[in-house]
Write a protein of this length. Structure first.
Length: 103
């Protein structure tokens, strides 16, 4: 999971997949009670509660992954800016300063 979440693009794809799965779980129906293979009403209710809890957990995980991806993108941008500033500073230090004035 750590390797996966170190890449913002993959993290965003995983979050989208989890949100899709959570949405699909919310649409899940229980088998009809009047079918011969149907479930007892208590079993059907427990099944529905379990499915809803799983969907909510997946949605929460997806939200967390989106937050992580946002943070990773911010850290990467900050790191890029720091590298650019360091490179510019090193370039200035490497090149001798040209004297100014009326020489």
């Amino acid at each position: 999971m750590t390797q996966l979440t170190s890449d913002p693009a993959r993290t965003l794809r995983l979050a989208a997949d989890l949100e899709s799965l959570a949405t699909a779980l919310h649409r899940t129906d229980t088998p009809p009670l009047n079918r011969p293979s149907g479930m007892d009403a208590d079993v059907a209710a427990a099944h529905l509660v379990t499915v809803r809890a799983a969907a909510d957990a997946l949605a929460a995980l997806a939200d967390g992954l989106l937050t992580d991806a946002d943070r990773l993108l911010l850290v990467a941008a900050t790191h890029r800016r720091a590298e650019e500033q360091s490179t510019a500073t090193l370039d200035r230090l490497r090149e001798p300063a040209r004297p100014r004035g009326i020489w």
